[in-house]
Design a protein around this ligand. Structure first.
Ligand code: ASP
Length: 350
């Protein structure tokens, strides 16, 4: 009797596990989400001396080679790849940003596409994330990721970050949240994400603002909505652009040279000042800025805090709110593509 019962339980478990396995391995391939990976290079595609974390060549592996390192991806999504470029992210350009935005906007119209993952170097990941946050026109998840360690190092973080990014790009809960960054188990909003360390694996973070969600074993949890305008809610149109206006960032420090400020102003369409404290600078900077006719946005060289319009030293300038200088420069570039842009309103809304 016990033998018959044990045999029946055994048969049940075997059939159950076969059904489960068939499901997990995706016999029903067309039911899986379809995620497009747009690869741009960076350390995640970096190759160097086996085991080492430094001294490698970023942007070496192709998108196909990246996904072949994470066989588990096949279980969760149908993957398409687009190799946009294969560079160190310090070599990302406005041309690449426009190609990324326009490719996503075109492919997002395909009802079969669920979401997008961009693989990117961490140095300028936050800038590409914010640019796309203001220019992609879709509710579908657009997720950017990278890694701090090259693919050839011990405990490379790229495969896990890529896996988690694909999970987020496949998740219905990630729709309509603006562009997201996924790094080391956490989900960040593009507007607040930043590189915060030169080498830790948790380098991509969001300071005081924090993560908006997390990923664990492929399960995606999101708890916050971005409060500022993004994606479908913006007035920017990348499809008609071939280049972006030139905006320069000037860093203020003790004895900062106003000649550099004048030079930058003469060669730019707009300026961003990384001021000290709450966007402050010397009297000589002040009088030079007051004489300028191009738009000047005031941000801070400090990571945390806000710059407000009513406390600015110069009346002819615009407060960056809590945008970092590099993100303020992106918003100013996009604003300058529009006629008669109301910069004060825009820096309040975006
Ligand atoms: N220099 C690299 C890059 O930004 C750093 C990284 O990806 O972590 O492409």
């Amino acid at each position: 009797m016990i033998f018959v019962f044990a045999t029946l339980v055994g048969i049940y478990l075997m059939v159950h596990s076969l059904i489960f396995q068939a499901h997990a391995e995706g016999d029903n391939d067309s039911e899986k989400p379809r995620v497009v990976i747009l690869a741009t290079g960076g350390t995640i595609a970096g190759v160097g001396e086996i085991g080492k974390t430094a001294g490698y060549a970023p942007g070496s592996l192709t998108a196909e080679e990246l996904i072949s390192e994470v066989p588990l991806l096949e279980r969760i999504a149908r993957i398409d790849t687009v190799q946009i470029c294969n560079v160190n992210s310090d070599d990302i350009t406005a041309k690449i940003w426009l190609e990324l935005a326009n490719t996503i906007n075109r492919m997002a119209k395909d009802p079969d596409v669920t979401g997008f993952v961009i693989t990117h170097g961490t140095d300028t990941l936050e800038e590409t994330a914010y640019f796309l946050n203001l220019t992609v026109k879709t509710e579908k998840p657009v997720v950017i990721t990278g890694s701090m360690r090259p693919s050839t190092s011990i405990s490379a973080d790229g495969p896990m970050n890529l896996y988690q990014a694909v999970c987020v790009a496949s998740a219905p809960v990630a729709r309509g949240k603006g562009v997201l960054a996924v790094f080391s188990d956490r989900i960040y909003s593009a507007r607040t994400v930043a590189k915060t360390s030169t080498y830790h694996v948790t380098a991509i973070a969001a300071g005081e603002m924090g993560a908006i969600g997390m990923v664990r074993d492929g399960a995606v949890f999101i708890y916050e909505m971005p409060a500022k305008r993004h994606t479908l809610q913006t007035e920017f149109d990348a499809s008609s652009l071939y280049a972006l206006p030139k905006v320069s960032i000037l860093y203020f420090y003790v004895d900062a040279d106003v000649e550099l400020l004048r030079f930058a102003a003469a060669h730019s369409d707009g300026l961003v000042i990384a001021g000290a404290g709450a966007g402050e600078f010397s009297q000589s900077f002040k009088s030079t800025i007051e004489s300028l006719v191009i738009p000047v946005v005031i941000s801070s060289r400090i990571d945390d805090g806000v710059i407000t319009q009513d406390n600015l030293l110069c009346k002819n300038t615009v407060a960056a709110d809590n945008l970092s200088p590099q993100k303020a420069a992106i918003l100013l570039k996009l604003a300058l593509t529009l006629e008669d842009a109301d910069l004060v309103r825009m820096f309040g809304e975006y």
